[in-house]
Design a protein around this ligand. Sequence first.
Ligand SMILES: [Zn+2]
Length: 458
Amino acid sequence: MHPRASLAIAAGRLGAATLHRLSRGGTALPGVVALRLDPRLATRLGRQLRAGRLIITGTNGKTTTARMTSAMLEAAGSPVLHNREGSNLMRGITSALLAYADMRGTLHTEPGTVGLFETDEATTPLAARALQPTAIAITNLFRDQLDRYGEVDTVAAFWREALAASPPGASLVLNADDPSVAELGTGWSGPVHYVGIDDPAHAGGPVGATDARWCHACNGDFRYEQRFFAHLGHWRCQGCGLARPEPDTRATDVHLGLDDATFTVDGLGEVHMHLTGLYNVWNALCAIGLARTMGLPNDAIRAGLEAVRPAFGRQERVEVDGVGMRLLLAKNPAGANQVVRLLSAIEQPLQVAVLLNDRFADGQDVSWTWDVDYEFIADRVSRCWVGGDRAADMALRLKYAGWPAPRAVERSPAVLIDAILRDAQPGEELFVLPTYSALLDFRQDLVRRGGTEAFWQT
Ligand SMILES: [Zn+2]
């Protein structure tokens, strides 16, 4: 073992112990400390995971896909080492590995442990170089917060770099419905497993947030035979004829409920999950694709999918004074359009609160709200409320979308919740669409009102 590594591990562990004393475990600080002392620590530790090293990346859905994959592996009896605390930069990956390392730099995991690493787009090349993945899954490529990585092409370039740094025999699991992701499989030296949705019933609907896309091979434009959502669908390049690859794992007969979904997969039959939204069907397909490239049995794949419950802040329901509030995180155009699409499938009049913040975690440019098809549900909304630091901007956006005049436009979460509870009757169901920091503020106030026990169950 390299002496530098021992020092790095010692320092990292000391950091971890300190954090536990402060009861703030699970952060990336140990990884930060250890990486400063030994930048190659993730390589030294990660490559000891000989049963498999999986990287999951993409703009949206990587956490959900990782949780689904992890549940499938566990159902198959495979132990998993997962950077599940949500830190998807190198320091978070290193922290996850450090938790299992001894002072000599040996990883003490159960035999057959698979490493599952959820990685931020820009971190993927570093992670691929360090971990030499056995498989990489890419969920989708959206224009995320405007001020984060800039262009879609920048992110695609990160991924090409990651593939170039990966072992030539690594398996790729790619979303066939996303041209920018599917194109990455062209010319790949190892196996490529494509996943996609084949259900014309879900084509059409809102098409906002269509990031400009053109063919990487010839700069031609894509034409869609079916478009499910934004730029996701059955595409073909009008220049060179490059087209959506035939999926190896396809979803047909997709039924989306308010709290769950079912769909049929060739060779698996009908599967059920406690998550909804077309976007979660793609996440499930990516997880199934990864599980299949690892040869997991069908029973484990089905059981893993069934075991996953909604994550923190993604899809939760809380009751205050008898009023049910469903919290649906809408932090960027892609996410918000997916939520709009989900609401459009509900057959009763909608009561909706939209909360817009512009703090660092939300992205400070709020012009993205103009890329969301709020118009699509305008005639379905019966009552609405508007909140967050940029409540006035949001109210203006919804006015242009043709929504009814809001019952309240309030920056303060407490005042807003008072207004909602004045209007809504016990037994009614509301939908709350917050950005990330607005969700935290809103939640905190619900906690104060004591209606939120169910919140903290994961
Ligand atoms: Zn082309």
